[in-house]
Design a protein around this ligand. Structure first.
Ligand code: NAD
Ligand code: IPM
Ligand code: MN
Length: 361
């Protein structure tokens, strides 16, 4: 009997629904040929859920996600909801679902095949063949730390967030990074701000202790976040696995995404709990939403990461091969297009990847 996976779809806002639609086109075709089935439940999230329920992530949606095998998320947010504050923001809904699902490790791989090197803002020889993997802590740090507060009026008005990590939170995400390094080139670069922040000194001490106790076979080095941002642009191929906290990982991974030319290429998997969330790194791109311009590779590659965790490795690899083939053939959405490429719309890219992935299976 064929397997059936229960997938919760959270298309969200802006280009979210557009890229989800194309990724399902690919996923459905691949599933049929592979002999497994998918049962989708679609729910509002972010701005769409605010409009429908006045709540960016209703508890009922969290329950649906918890009862599924995986969650596919497009993107949330946009100018329409930018006046909202606190828990009512679309982005708060995203933080809530990550926290509720215990998705403490966010995996953000970046690869720049030869065919993409010319699309990079960096020199092709700096990025060709790049293969780096960021493990970003996702349910702690300054994004979630308490207290958050405010007091005072006028020039005396103050607002504060708190950056906090426990040893346990650092260890569990560091373990994920070391384990990935063992499957890759065996090197972890831990990124922090230990020259200034006490919380970063705990981060560094904890990573060093865990390394000595359990992972001394893995090469480990440390960089401050400011230097790491520079190294990312000067010589990105020095990195294998980057391990870092929530806010540094957010910033560094957008930078790493541009090495291949666009944020529209970077997939991610938010894992650690019983149900993973598979979400592109990019946002809702309000400037191009609804125009058929969105690059759908990031979402399609996020689906491949989902299939990896569902143990459908052949299907996942076929999708990755399909994406590579479409890139090799020179098709690009507007964010990546250069002289000599063929400009393709969101739906054309979906069709092309579906056909190429099917051919690779
Ligand atoms: P963004 O990632 O939406 O866009 C940044 C730039 O990259 C824009 O010029 C956009 O057109 C381009 N871009 C992004 N994805 C693209 C794609 N797939 N194809 C082609 N071009 C693409 O970031 P932003 O503008 O800072 O944020 C817009 C909204 O999205 C905000 O509300 C923000 O909070 C939200 N956001 C959500 C997520 C998420 O849901 N995971 C992630 C980041 C930002
Ligand atoms: C991301 C996004 C989110 C984050 C926002 C939208 C909450 O930028 O997934 O990188 O900062 O984690
Ligand atoms: Mn981000």
């Amino acid at each position: 009997m064929s397997k059936t996976y229960k997938i919760t779809l959270l298309p969200g806002d802006g280009i979210g629904p557009e890229v989800i639609k194309e990724s399902l086109k690919v996923l459905d075709a691949i599933a049929e040929k592979s002999g497994f089935a998918l049962e989708y439940t679609e729910r509002n999230a972010g701005g769409a859920a605010i409009d429908a329920h006045n709540d960016p992530m209703p508890d009922s949606v969290v329950e649906t996600c918890k009862a599924s095998d995986a969650v596919l998320l497009g993107a949330v947010g946009g100018p329409k909801w930018d006046h909202l504050t606190g828990a009512l923001r679309p982005e708060s809904g995203l933080l809530k679902i990550r926290k509720e699902l215990g998705a403490f490790a966010n995996l953000r791989p970046v690869m720049v095949p030869e065919s993409l090197a010319a699309n990079s803002p960096l020199r092709p020889e700096t990025v060709a063949g790049l293969d780096l993997f960021t493990v970003r802590e996702l349910t702690g740090g300054i994004y979630f730390g308490q207290p958050v507060g405010e007091e005072g009026e006028g020039d005396d008005r103050k607002v504060w967030n708190t950056m906090v990590y426990s040893v346990g939170e650092i260890k569990r995400v560091a373990r994920v990074a070391f384990e990935w390094a063992r499957k890759r080139r065996n090197k972890v670069t831990s990124v922090d701000k230990a020259n200034v922040l006490a919380v970063s000194r705990l981060w560094r001490d904890t990573v060093i202790a865990l390394h000595q106790e359990e992972f001394s076979d893995v090469e480990l080095n440390h960089l401050y976040i400011d230097n790491a941002a520079m190294q990312m642009v000067i010589n990105p191929r020095q990195f294998d696995v980057i391990l870092t906290g929530n806010i540094f990982g957010d910033i560094l991974s957008d930078t790493s995404a541009t090495l291949g030319g666009s944020l529209g290429l970077l997939p991610s998997a938010s894992v650690g709990g019983p149900v993973g969330i598979f979400e592109p790194v990019h946002g809702s791109a309000p400037d191009i939403a609804g125009q058929g311009k969105a690059n759908t590779f990031a979402m399609i590659l996020s689906v491949a990461m989902m299939l990896d965790t569902l143990d459908e490795a052949d299907a996942a690899n076929a999708i990755r091969t399909g994406v590579e083939k479409v890139l090799d053939e020179g098709y690009r959405s507007g964010d990546l297009w250069r002289e000599g490429n063929t400009l393709a719309s969101t739906t054309e890219l979906g069709d092309l990847v579906r056909d190429a992935a099917l051919a690779a299976l």
